[in-house]
Write a protein that binds this ligand. Structure first.
Ligand SMILES: *Cc1c(COP(=O)(O)O)cnc(C)c1O
Length: 353
């Protein structure tokens, strides 16, 4: 079925193991983040089989798909007040920053005869979610009075919005805050959750401050990339997910359109460089499926030259491969492309195992 994304579970398993080993060496556990693949159960199961201790997703719809996997589930995005019931029902832990939400979670948990566990998010400057560091102690004081709630840790998220890079300094502040909370309130904090795939470079350089004991990893596992500087992680695969699309036209054509140039289908005025006659393949995949800027052909002698909603146009003049109509071309992708493809009902999902 085309277009399709081929998912190589062995490669995802290998990447998970490499990252879990790397983290465990520093006494850090790994939470496997499933949102980029929409919580697909088989992939999440592979993460669980290779050593992650929690599964996490930003959406409750995805977490519902993970119920048969026997490790705790964590909600990454702050809970919506309108979803409190499902959150208490389907997750064990949620990340939080609002007292009113935590109170609602506590009430719901009590009504279900449960205790809901929370990790308080602390904003270390990236300005997405979290209480400011100066408000942390007073917030914890309140949380500890809320029935039905167990505070099991503090955490932070960096790089996603403000682009702030995790450092020994800002993560160090999180670790000292945890220590202060533990001694001031005589509570154990099981999780000091030091961020996402942008913290991997600190792990590689052995610079994660002592005390930080968990990382929430998505991109590092699925694409083998750390996200502070965009580097590849040693000994991991970047092609656990591969997009395949089929050639529906293959012809030699000029490289500059003939006629007066107006707006293209997306309201941009395209520009063209005259490279003479080129061999071009049109593939049956388009901007509705994936942004063409976010995928790279595996055939390094081919190049993407454009796309419309349902067509991807490739220059294959330099390719060593004698393509024919009906052949497939393969593409690696970045995080945005993977998210878009996994969310698209038009791209078939094929698991290789
Ligand atoms: C998405 C997300 C992660 C995982 O991010 P990656 O860059 O994919 O590792 C971790 N924590 C939170 C709160 C998230 O929303």
């Amino acid at each position: 079925m085309n277009p399709r994304i081929e998912i190589d579970l062995k490669k995802i398993g290998h990447n998970t193991r490499v990252l879990v080993n790397m983290a465990n060496k520093r006494n850090i556990s790994v939470t496997g983040v499933t949102k980029v693949f929409c919580g697909m159960e088989k992939i999440a199961q592979v993460m669980a089989d290779h050593g992650v201790i929690l599964l996490a997703d930003s959406r409750i719809e995805n977490i519902k798909k993970l119920q048969r996997i026997q490790i705790p589930k964590l909600l990454l995005r702050l809970p919506m007040l309108s979803q409190i019931r499902d959150i208490v029902c389907y997750t064990d832990i949620s990340l939080n920053s609002e007292l009113s939400t935590i109170e609602a979670l506590g009430q719901e948990a009590l009504s279900m005869n449960k205790r809901h566990q929370i990790i308080l998010m602390v904003d270390l400057g990236d300005l997405r979610e979290g209480v400011l560091i100066e408000d942390t102690i007073s917030t914890v004081q309140h949380i500890l009075k809320i029935k039905g709630i167990q505070l099991i840790g503090i955490g932070t998220n960096l790089t996603c919005y403000g682009g702030v890079i995790p450092t020994e300094d800002n993560l160090g502040a999180l670790a000292s805050m945890a220590q202060e909370l533990e001694s001031r309130f005589s509570i154990p904090l099981k999780f000091i959750s030091g961020g996402n795939s942008s913290s991997i470079y600190l792990l590689e350089n052995n610079q994660i401050p002592k005390g930080v004991n968990n990382l929430r990893l998505g991109e590092a596992i699925v694409l083998g990339r750390e996200t502070a500087f965009g580097g590849r992680i040693k000994d991991t695969h970047d092609d656990g997910f591969v997009l395949k699309a089929e050639i529906i036209e293959l012809k030699e054509k000029p490289s500059v359109p003939m006629g007066e140039i107006g707006m293209d289908a997306f309201g941009n005025k395209p520009k063209f460089e005259d490279k003479g006659i080129r061999k071009r393949a049109i593939l049956a995949v388009g901007k509705q499926d994936v942004s063409p800027d976010s995928i790279r052909p595996k055939d390094q002698n081919s190049a993407i030259i454009g796309a419309s909603s349902d067509h991807l146009i490739m220059d294959v003049t330099q390719s060593d491969h004698q393509y024919r109509v009906g052949d497939e071309m393969a593409f690696k992708m970045d995080y945005g492309a993977l998210l878009q493809i996994m969310s698209s009902e038009y791209v078939h999902k094929t698991i290789l195992d």
